[in-house]
Design a protein around this ligand. Structure first.
Ligand SMILES: *Cc1c(COP(=O)(O)O)cnc(C)c1O
Length: 220
């Protein structure tokens, strides 16, 4: 993809996001767009950053390790399943870990962040979908949030969730609304909801961040 195509893609997507925000009574440019660059070639990611993307999301530690060394400065989000034996690499590579969904991951991340003398921003990933394997079960969210708040080297910034894998908008909207309720209870400044196929519903549900891969970079 050429620079101009990527810049156009990015601008069109920003414009669509702003239209959706305005159409539901929200301010334009009031949410963060994370470009999900897993399985995308480095040139495309560099192009997206030159076009104005400021946040990049990755799912795999090894893949991120290879790419990040070659990227201009950008905020880096980890979106994948946390393997506790990769905690050291996680806190070195990423600014935000969005996929904290269980207590052993909390303990391991805090320990690694302590050794690195870093404070890592984290989101608590909630499972709001029957089709999703990962994420904290709803009835354990408050206890996990309390545990995160006790960790000196972690900062709980809010909630992340992956919508149900369905075309049924009502089911997705209902799940997103549950995530928004948890966000209101838990607090923070980030409600990370919405991907290529469901970001409009996420904006309607009040998200402050969307994570878009294919809709920005093309298929992978
Ligand atoms: C891959 C991924 C995305 C982006 O998905 P697209 O459908 O390509 O937009 C967003 N969030 C998470 C957690 C992901 O794993």
């Amino acid at each position: 993809m050429h620079f101009q195509d990527m810049k156009d893609n990015f601008n069109i997507l920003q414009e669509e996001i702003n239209q959706e925000l305005v159409s539901c009574g929200r301010k334009p440019n009031s949410i963060t767009l994370v470009g999900v660059s897993k399985k995308q070639p480095l040139e495309k990611i560099i192009t997206a950053i030159s076009a104005g993307i400021k946040d990049i999301g990755e799912n795999y530690v090894q893949e991120a390790e290879k790419k990040f060394a070659l990227l201009p400065p950008v905020r880096k989000h980890f979106l994948g399943h946390i393997q506790t034996n990769k905690s050291k690499e996680l806190v070195q590579l990423f600014d935000v870990v969005q996929s904290v969904d269980r207590s052993d991951a909390v303990i391991a991340l805090n320990k690694a962040a302590g050794s690195a003398e870093k404070i890592i921003a984290v989101l608590l990933q909630i499972n709001i979908s029957q089709t999703e394997r990962f994420g904290c079960p709803k009835d354990e969210v408050e206890a996990l949030a309390d545990l995160i708040r006790l960790q000196p080297n972690l900062k709980l910034d809010g909630i992340m969730a992956i919508g149900p894998n369905t075309d049924n908008c009502e089911i997705i909207a209902q799940a997103f609304s549950q995530a928004a309720d948890f966000y209101n209870k838990i607090g923070g400044n980030t409600l990370s909801l919405g991907m290529t196929h469901d970001w409009r519903l996420a904006i309607r549900a009040g998200c402050t961040m969307v994570r878009i891969g294919t809709g920005l970079f093309g298929s992978r």
